[in-house]
Design a protein around this ligand. Sequence first.
Ligand SMILES: [Mn+2]
Length: 301
Amino acid sequence: MNHILLTTDENFAQHCGVCIVSLLKNNPQSEFAITVAAMGLSELSQVRLHQCVDAFTNGTLKLVEFAEEALEPFPQIGGYRKNIYLRLWVDEFFAPDVERVLYLDVDTLVVDSIEELFTDNAQDFVVGAVDIPFADSHNRCHLPLEYGYFNSGVLLFNVARWRTEHCRDQLLDFLIKNQDIALNPDQDALNGVFYRDRVVLDSIYNVITPYFRRTDYRKLGDQELDRIRRDAKIIHFNGLARPWFYSCNHPYQRKYFEYLELTPWREFTPPDKSFYTLIKKRLRVLLGKESFIQLSNIKGV
Ligand SMILES: [Mn+2]
């Protein structure tokens, strides 16, 4: 049984449902116990999330209503909502014998088997995560240059160590000391505190948006770029690349809408959907102005 954590609010409930469907559909050989922690999720969204899981035979769902008071000591930084910190309570959402949990941002799609994340024997880590290439956040996070800076949208938690080493308290301490500089609050804190205790996951487990832009990561070399695009297992629509906006030209937008069809949110229409947006979108490609690459072979059933 593989354990998964997602956190959401009412605004992202639909994307949470899409993410869950992508996970269950593309991992038919694996079984998942999914926990969704949320604050203020409507009755309707709760029912719908259950329907997403019930449509498959390889998953169960536990919904946890998170008590907001627990967030009080955590600083509110920049424009971020405090619910970004919910993932840090991973130890409280699962039974004491659960040792490993995969956290997924709800703006991700799982497009291939992720079983390997749960079957390897690595124990010597607090968290597993994927590097952000060319990140310039080292000074800010007091991070030695020889360590990579990771994205916190996909996190493999060693919950056993999370419990015994009081990791959440260590992060709170970092955040309070660095609240003026921690631009990406949870991510900076996780990097700043656990860089020595991180296992580096292959980039295919968190393929962030720049990988699908034509020029952003060119310095990685064609071979590595092609490999990551071809072998992608988890797509992360981070930054401004929101596939639920019609104007978005991310190559995996099509998959988002395919999985959306399998959820009770299938009636959703993007707020910016219009003939005008369609023409603009097509023109950007025709005129060579589109920053996203066009991919004909994308992953996911
Ligand atoms: Mn994200």
